[in-house]
Design a binder for this molecule. Structure first.
Ligand code: AMP
Ligand code: MG
Length: 528
């Protein structure tokens, strides 16, 4: 353990890559540079609201440090520690399918990194610490509600076992900032906050797209070499074949991430290429949401309500589209499109196989046993949609269903209770459910696993505690009034997402009716 004030930071990205020669914060085009030096803008009254105990340990700091004044000062950007030289990264991206040119860290500032004992080199980054040359017309700040959402969800994802950037701290700034939450010309003042995000790397697909679009090939080469060395630990050599192998690796990681998201019903909401991590991590928690009523077209993002480009069911396809944009970014270094196209095809195959295995695991069917599995899975998805079953609660209820008992109404109660539209469980739909349960029950019995083993296996992939949009919304409302008990309750539950406990019965209900269309619960905007 080391004290916060005795920690020395260093940073490989800014040490090796070319810096923007200008050091003012004015919004501008930054050419031939990987980043710009910036200083966080001090805030008036920083106060630590929450922190991640697990991450403190990884970073080598005792828990007492998180309650110190210094901690709030450092993780609000008011004070720098030894070796910290803050900077904002330059990258571009495709937003909603269109090339957007330079984007960059408009409200993220990297402080530097630490070599940890257990997780290698980790970079610490403040989100909401003030403007940078990439802020365009925005203020570089973040509101408490969106910061709390990012803090909570990234740690929840970690405990779910899903690759993600982490969050060390949530610090309120003591300042009010103006936001037009619905873009309807009615801005309001809201409390500001800053999250300290932590990851081995914050490099995005857009880092490679921008230099290629600008024909800055030397910068592209430098970025790729940096990434291969630091983020991929020299696993791939810098020549055409090595680069293709690396790209394939990025494709497979991204496919695995999509399978995880689909498993737990996570909808990112803004899968632009600047929000895609080169390490296959979940990154940039904005208007994300958790699927409650099963509907492949569901999106939490109001900005995407028309096109539904980033809805639940389209995420795997969009990830592949984003990988194609990355392939175009890397193409000048490889010079051949065929091997890149092959890797994209492999993405699709790998995703299909892994998704099927994941669905079999959710259903307690061990993989590769039976060719009827596909029809069991697809008919189930159709039936879940017909009754709007809760994606989380349904699979827990299914694990408790006894396949040896003939499906009858009282025996099905546990399952029907997870439907948002139980009235649809009648007539032809009910008939199809009964047929499905019979086929599924036979499949389970055929497998010959003991019931406790099957339940344990199903529960290990079907979480019971997810950070439901309405629960987080309630926690935000309370924190805004100065009460952090609901937030603390969520933080306890998220540490054991697969293990049901009597302490958290209030967190295991279906989404209440009032939250179905409520702003902040199912309707979120990018403006935060
Ligand atoms: P996002 O879709 O949230 O990842 O944001 C897209 C781009 O807008 C990124 O370059 C962000 O850094 C930038 N951005 C978003 N919100 C702000 C803000 N409040 N101030 C400055 N830049 C922002
Ligand atoms: Mg972003």
């Amino acid at each position: 353990m080391i004290k916060l004030q005795d920690t020395t930071f260093r940073d490989h990205f800014s040490e090796t890559l070319p810096a923007d020669p200008h050091t003012d914060n004015s919004p501008r085009r930054v050419a031939q540079s990987a980043f710009s030096w910036v200083s966080p803008e001090p805030v008036s009254a920083p106060k630590t609201i929450a922190y991640s105990k697990e991450l403190l340990t990884v970073l080598g700091w005792p828990e007492s440090e998180a309650n110190s004044e210094l901690f709030a000062q450092v993780f609000s950007g008011n004070r720098l520690l030894s070796g910290m030289r803050p900077y904002a990264m330059c990258y571009g991206g495709h937003q909603f399918g269109h090339w957007a040119g330079q984007l960059g860290d408009g409200r993220a500032i990297n402080l530097g990194g630490i070599d940890t004992e257990t997780e290698g080199h980790l970079t610490l980054q403040l989100k909401g610490a003030g403007p940078t040359p990439y802020s365009r017309r925005a203020d570089g700040r973040a509101v408490l509600r969106s910061s709390l959402r990012e803090f909570l969800c990234s740690e929840a994802m970690y405990h779910l076992g899903i690759p993600t950037t982490r969050a060390l701290s949530l610090v309120s700034t003591g300042e009010q900032i103006e936001r037009d939450m619905f873009y309807d010309g009615h801005p309001e003042l809201e409390p500001g906050a800053i999250v300290c995000r932590v990851a081995p790397s914050f490099i995005r697909f857009g880092h490679f797209e921008l230099p290629t679009a600008r024909e800055e090939y030397q910068l592209l080469e430098q970025l790729v070499k940096h990434c291969l060395k630091n983020d991929y630990k020299d696993k791939y050599a810098y020549h055409s074949d090595g680069l293709v192998d690396w790209f394939r690796d990025v494709c497979l990681r991204t496919a695995d991430l999509m399978v995880h998201w689909m498993r737990v019903g996570f909808v990112h909401g803004v899968m632009n290429t600047d929000n895609m991590s080169i390490l296959g991590l979940t990154i940039d928690y904005g208007p994300y949401g958790w699927l409650e009523a099963y509907d492949p077209h569901w999106t939490p993002n109001t900005t995407d309500a028309q096109g539904r480009r980033y809805c639940y069911g389209k995420q795997p396809e969009i990830a592949q589209w984003n990988l194609m944009a990355l392939a175009n970014g890397l193409y000048p270094l490889i010079g051949e499109s065929e091997p890149l196209e092959e890797a994209l095809t492999e993405y699709a195959k790998h995703y299909q196989r892994s998704w099927r295995d994941m669905m079999c695991a959710k259903l307690g069917m061990q993989t590769g046993r039976d060719t009827t599995d596909d029809s069991i899975i697809h008919e189930l998805l159709s039936l879940l949609g017909a009754v709007e079953a809760d994606w989380t609660l349904f699979f827990r209820a299914l694990s408790r269903w006894d396949p040896q008992v003939k499906p009858q109404d009282d025996h099905l109660q546990g399952i029907v209770e997870t439907f948002y539209l139980p009235e649809k469980f009648s007539g032809e739909v009910k008939q199809r459910w009964l047929v499905w349960l019979q086929a599924y029950g036979a499949r389970i019995l055929h497998e010959g696993q003991s019931t406790p083993t099957r339940i344990a296996q199903m529960n290990s992939v079907n979480p019971i505690y997810i950070m439901r949009n309405y629960l987080v919304h309630q926690a935000i409302e309370q924190v805004e009034k100065g009460d952090i008990s609901a937030l603390e309750q969520l933080m306890l539950a998220m540490r054991q997402p697969y293990e049901e406990s009597d302490s958290f019965t209030l967190l295991t209900g279906k989404r209440p009716d009032w939250a179905r269309h409520k702003a902040g619960c199912s309707m979120l905007s990018c403006s935060s």
